[in-house]
Design a protein around this ligand. Structure first.
Ligand SMILES: Nc1ncnc2c1ncn2[C@@H]1O[C@H](COP(=O)(O)OP(=O)(O)OP(=O)(O)O)[C@@H](O)[C@H]1O
Ligand SMILES: [Mg+2]
Length: 532
């Protein structure tokens, strides 16, 4: 006879359990379900399930899984090992951990099966999310081109990525549980351990580039990063870090520093060379100047000499005629007129020579320490052009100088303006002399114009020469750019002109040119500028 108290206690136990409990008979009909199971079946009253078939209350796949398990337990006559099953309920997967065991009637015969189930879906989902997160984390760590590790407080590796194993040359999986002392030389491992202790003591990240000297010579540079690992409670439970071999970067850096040094050295040599070339060009232009002067001085000197010998003759003639009664006052007047004429010729030749001399002075003044003074540009240009007469004549060029009412006052060093004129006119002469026949304008016509307004003095040097091709014109002011044959041009003329005009006089220089027709250089100098 059943104990009624035991029945009540069993009911209370069953209905109080959070697990879902069901008894089924050998024909797969529910004999008894507890409240949790009834709720899961959607029944308000657990009694409503009694006598119903498993197939009628559960979905087909679940019913099949259920009866398969109960049949197995009944067949075995013993509890089945706990298992997890997945069941589709209302369109979503639900997981249950189930335990199934046979139960017997009073005679000891197996009457059916007892199934206890627990919904573990949430746990399963969390587990899956966690697995995904771990997979993402691991694939990240694996794909990073860095050596990654994690150690516990005692310095034992708890995680290493594949690259670290490859770097150390040890098979994957053999590092876990070991320490740096198993893989690195004593001194290095000691240092790593000290770093670990420091990171754990301070809680601060350690970043740095370490230099190691492996056995085979060349230093290896390691960029390392070590930080504390904290648990959920915020306690430091170990260290983690990564390191990268930055030796190639260091090598590039070293090479770069070396290259920079070499480039600086080359620049210094270049500047040195440029300085030498500048001096050379000055010497060359001085040479050209002297040759021109010698030639130009010869002509007036010859004129003076011939005038002197003519005067000598006339003086002799005059002396001889003093006592000659046949020579009358008219003859004396004639001799005197010839003497005056000859003197004028000599004076004019001497004046030309003097003009050259002051032109040379204008040039040589530039060699002296720079002195600034107001000067008349017209005068300087006239003197300079006089010095170029020989060069002009030699290359069959003519020159016209048109200018505003003198003085056109500029402030600076006159010799520097003379240098500008000399270079620009020499270029014009070269351009005219090399111009092929059949060009439009008459060859060798050079015009120099000097105009002025309140603010600006404008100097134009126009030639009817070759013109400058468009692929050349952008480079003409570059140092050492020349289209002339070796020995005929240094390519420094326009660089010097540019330096003087822009740097010295605070002005501008521009070029207008047309191939086959000619070139005009336009120099503008502000009137007030405290010039070169
Ligand atoms: N008036 C011009 N007509 C045509 N080309 C010119 C003229 N002036 C300059 N150039 C071009 O510009 C180049 C550079 O001129 P720049 O005066 O600097 O050097 P260079 O005359 O070649 O040599 P140098 O140092 O002896 O003056 C010339 O080689 C020439 O090609
Ligand atoms: Mg030149």
């Amino acid at each position: 006879m059943a104990d009624p108290v035991a029945g009540v206690l069993l009911d209370a136990l069953l209905d109080g359990l959070p697990e879902q409990v069901a008894f089924t008979d050998r024909e797969d009909r529910f004999v008894r379900v507890n409240r949790a199971y009834a709720e899961r079946l959607g029944l308000a009253d657990p009694g409503a399930a009694v006598g119903k078939s498993v197939a009628s209350l559960l979905s087909q796949p679940e019913a099949e899984a259920f009866t398969k398990a109960t049949a197995a337990a009944i067949h075995e006559g013993a509890p089945l090992p706990p298992r997890e099953i997945c069941v589709g309920i209302a369109g979503e997967d639900r997981w249950f951990a189930i335990a199934v065991a046979p139960f017997r009637d009073a005679t000891g015969t197996i009457a059916g099966a007892l199934t206890i189930g627990r919904d573990v879906t949430r746990g399963k989902r969390t587990e899956a999310t966690l697995r995904d997160a771990v997979a993402v984390y691991e694939s990240l760590i694996e794909q990073l081109p860095m050596n990654v590790f994690r150690k516990d407080r005692e310095g034992r590796f708890v995680f290493v990525n594949t690259l670290l194993c490859t770097t150390l040359g040890v098979p994957r999986g053999t590092m876990i549980g070991k320490t740096d002392h198993d893989f690195s030389p004593q001194a290095l491992a000691d240092k790593f351990h000290r770093d670990d202790l420091q990171v754990m003591a301070t809680g601060e990240t350690l970043v740095g580039v370490e230099e190691h000297n492996p056995r085979d010579g060349e230093s290896v540079h390691i960029q390392s990063f070590k930080a504390p690992v904290r648990n959920a409670a915020g306690e430091i439970v170990g260290t983690q870090g990564f390191f990268v071999d930055v030796t190639p970067l260091k090598r590039t850096e070293k090479a770069l520093i070396k290259k920079t040094g070499e480039v600086e050295e080359a620049m210094r040599a270049l500047e040195d060379n440029q300085q030498k070339l500048l001096i050379a060009e000055k010497m060359a232009s001085l040479g050209r100047l002297t040759a021109g002067i010698a030639h130009e001085m010869n002509t007036p000197l010859a004129a003076v000499r011939s005038a002197l010998s003519e005067l000598d003759k006339l003086t002799q003639e005059y002396t001889d005629s003093i006592d000659d009664t046949e020579v009358g006052p008219d003859d004396h007047r004639e001799i005197a007129a010839e003497m005056t004429q000859t003197l004028r010729l000599a004076a004019s030749a001497a004046k030309r020579a003097a003009g050259f001399v002051s032109g040379v002075k204008a040039h040589t003044r530039d060699m002296a320490p720079r002195q600034r003074e107001p000067f008349d540009a017209v005068e300087v240009i006239e003197e300079t052009l006089l010095l170029l007469t020989h060069a002009l004549r030699k290359r069959s060029c003519t020159i016209q100088f048109a200018h505003a009412e003198p003085p056109v006052v500029l402030y600076g060093t006159p010799g520097r303006l003379a240098q500008v004129i000399t270079n620009l006119v020499n270029n014009a002469i070269d351009a005219c002399a090399t111009k092929p026949a059949g060009a439009t304008k008459p060859a060798g016509a050079i015009a120099v114009r000097l105009t002025r307004d309140d603010a600006m003095v404008t100097l134009e040097i126009e030639d009817s020469g070759t013109g400058i091709p468009s692929d050349v014109v952008g480079k003409i002011f570059d140092p050492m750019f020349t289209t002339k044959r070796f020995g005929e041009g240094t390519g420094l003329g326009l660089t010097i002109v540019h330096d003087i005009v822009v740097g010295g006089f605070g002005g501008t220089i521009e070029v207008q040119t047309e191939v086959g027709s000619g070139t005009t250089f336009v120099v503008r100098i502000p009137v007030q500028a405290d010039g070169a």
